[in-house]
Design a protein around this ligand. Structure first.
Ligand SMILES: [Zn+2]
Ligand SMILES: [Zn+2]
Length: 655
């Protein structure tokens, strides 16, 4: 009798062959099988009902459970199949495109692209979802079949699925797998694996419907994309939906309009941001704080052009590796130029403009550098994903022995800055070499080992708990990613502190050491916010548009109850302006209730309601936007109060 040698965790034993993946798991962990959705067998993801045949090899089996990243991806992908199956059942003749799981998109968990016999509408989504739920209850099995190419093409031709045929023609060489859902008209061409049956799909919801093109190509078939999400448990889905509802209220595109902060106009171009005066005030405050801190930490300020010769981008490697994200070249007097997607080569140009000695290092160049990226229109999203943006960029040129202190200073800088904005949860991830994939890492082993050690020790010295991610480093050096958690628990990836062994080589950067020999400096790219546009978007959503006093475009609005008080109102406003506050006075003849409502809509921190009594006593009645009425005080008392509040907010970082 032939046997299978199975390794499961630390245990190893033999079971009779053939056996399914589920049998193998059951031999070790009968209860655990209930949790398994599929398994990794020697690293390859397989369905539970896949048959294992005897070989001399020891098979190591690791169940994929719902409460893991892989498990969630499996659930979402399998739910996309269920969605397609429900649509085929309800709308026979529907042509299917593709249906991937989405693991990085905060809005959706999966989609399926379809061309239905009639245009689907939002009203169809609950009907489709209901069908999915009833199919889920029936525990319908996901069945796999290995078929040769000619046969697959026949099957999909017969089903009149031209898009699937095109995919198969493109992708399949000799054979591939089909997946069925039992008792449903659905067949898909897919690698798998999937959950064993639809009963494992307990918590899903359809969310939206949008247009899409086959293969993202506007010249090709127009399709409809149905978005949904799925989780392992209903509680998780409920919590996510609640957060989504909260996020919708905070949507920066909606608030950007309501608060008159910025706009995007198709006449100027998608993904290009027009900052309005009120958004400009906030940006100015952000930049002012940043500049003060940069100055304090010994950075220099540099300014560089938005465009450079194409040859420069060839030399920097951007032309080779990054060309898809760059705007097409433009010519001046037979020389080609390209808009900059990054600032780095310009700062290198400044470094190279003079010979450098070890005593000159570190050189720290900072710039609010505007860059341009040719993002596809379908990926653009408000301020979060744009085609032109400014980076709070800096490049540090340092000696190897300075890496540690410089990185440590970047960490302190980051923590301080994010605290100012009320982000108390800052997360750090250290990406290092390793993992299965060899990315063709540049630089010597010693340089890597040393650099990784210096980054890790800078984190550890600060008692920063961080996640170490093997294999996530760029091919040109290790990095620290900075992430923050916002007011409703969403995590945003912002800046990075990135070591670079590549550009100093390509540009042959040098300094003269104390040994009088030429040495190559280390280069550190660092940005805290990353894109200032995106960070602004994050801030709008984090504060739900109610900016703290120091950032608020209008800090105080003066609201006279009747026109008789207008002169006093103007006088109060002028007094506050002279004290350095941003003040508006609303002297339009309108009811006080309407004036207060309007100020609340604008999320202005303080409203001063002035009537005859206040005029007579020379006082102000103060309303705070969240607490409401907080009492009557003299103007001086009020000024003192807001001065304290303003400085307390920024003094957290010592500004
Ligand atoms: Zn699939
Ligand atoms: Zn850079």
């Amino acid at each position: 009798m032939s046997e299978l040698n199975i390794k499961f965790g630390d245990n190893q034993r033999s079971i009779p062959a053939p056996a399914t993946v589920a049998d193998a798991i059951k031999a070790f962990d009968r209860d655990g099988l209930k949790k398994a959705l599929a398994a990794k067998v020697n690293g390859e993801e397989l369905d539970l009902n896949r048959e294992l045949t005897a070989t001399d090899e020891v098979l190591s089996i690791e169940p994929i459970i719902a409460d893991s990243h892989d498990g969630l991806e499996l659930i979402r992908h399998s739910t996309a199949h269920l969605l397609a199956a429900a649509i085929l059942d309800l709308f026979p003749g529907t042509k299917l495109g593709v249906g991937p799981a989405l693991m990085e998109d905060p809005r959706y968990g999966f989609y399926y692209d379809v061309i239905a016999p009639r245009n689907l509408t939002e009203e169809d989504l609950p009907v489709i979802e209901k069908k999915m739920k009833s199919m889920a209850k029936q525990n319908l099995v996901y069945r796999r079949e290995l078929v040769d190419k000619a046969r697959i093409l026949d099957i999909f031709k017969e089903r009149d699925e031209p898009l699937k045929c095109e995919l198969i023609t493109d992708k399949v060489t000799d054979s591939a797998t089909l997946y069925y859902i039992d008792n449903s008209p659905f067949i898909d061409f897919c690698l798998g694996p999937h959950v064993p049956h639809t009963g494992k799909l307990q918590a899903f919801k359809l969310l939206a419907l949008s247009g899409a093109y086959w293969k993202g190509d506007a010249e090709r078939e127009q399709m409809q994309r149905i978005y949904g999400t799925a989780f392992a448990k209903q509680e998780e889905l409920d919590a996510w939906l609640k957060q989504r509802e909260e996020a919708e209220k905070r949507d920066h595109r909606k608030l950007g309009k309501q608060l008159d902060l910025f706009s995007i106009d198709d006449d100027y171009g998608q993904g290009l941001i027009l900052w309005h005066p009120k958004g400009g005030i906030i940006r100015n405050e952000m930049e002012r704080l940043l500049k003060e801190e940069l100055e304090r930490r010994g950075y220099s300020f540099v300014f560089t052009p938005h465009i450079a010769k194409r040859d420069l981008w060839v030399k920097s490697g951007h032309e080779g590796n990054y060309s898809d994200s760059m705007y097409a070249p433009t010519s001046i007097e037979d020389e080609e130029y390209r808009l900059k997607p990054m600032n780095c080569p310009f700062h290198i140009g400044i470094y190279k403009s003079s010979p450098r000695s070890y005593r000159d290092l570190p050189q720290r160049y900072s710039e609010m550098g505007t860059v341009y990226r040719a993002e596809l229109s379908g990926t653009l999203h408000g301020l979060m994903r744009v085609r032109g943006f400014s980076v709070d960029d800096a490049h540090l040129f340092v000696r190897p022995d300075q890496v540690h202190t410089e990185v440590a200073d970047c960490l302190d800088f980051a923590i301080k800055v994010f605290e100012t904005y009320g982000f108390d949860k800052v997360k750090f991830e250290l990406s290092v070499r390793g993992g299965a994939e060899n990315k063709g890492y540049l630089g010597s082993d010693e340089d890597w080992a040393d650099a990784e050690k210096q980054l890790a020790s800078a984190l550890e010295e600060r008692n920063i708990t961080y996640e170490r991610i093997e294999g996530e480093a760029a091919f040109y050096g290790p990095k620290i990613d900075i992430k923050i958690e916002d007011a409703i628990g969403r995590v945003w990836q912002l800046g990075t502190i990135q070591l670079d062994f590549n550009l100093p080589e390509r540009f042959e950067l040098e300094y003269t050491g104390d040994d009088n020999q030429k040495h190559r400096p280390f280069m550190i790219h660092r940005a805290l916010f990353g894109s200032i546009e995106r960070f602004f978007g994050v801030l709008i959503e984090h504060y739900a548009g109610a900016f703290p006093l120091w950032l608020a475009p209008v800090q105080v609005t003066v609201l006279p109850i009747t026109d008789r008080i207008n002169d006093y109102a103007e006088q109060v406003a002028a007094d506050l302006r002279a004290a350095g506050f941003r003040v508006e006075s609303n002297t339009i003849s309108d009811k006080i209730g309407a004036k207060i409502r309007d100020a609340q809509m604008q999320k202005i921190p303080y409203m001063l309601v002035l009537g005859d009594k206040e005029l007579e006593d020379g006082t102000v009645a103060v309303r705070e936007r969240k607490q409401g009425d907080i009492g009557v005080m003299t103007l001086n008392e009020f000024k003192e109060k807001i001065a304290v509040e303003k400085s307390a907010a920024v003094s957290r970082t010592g500004y």
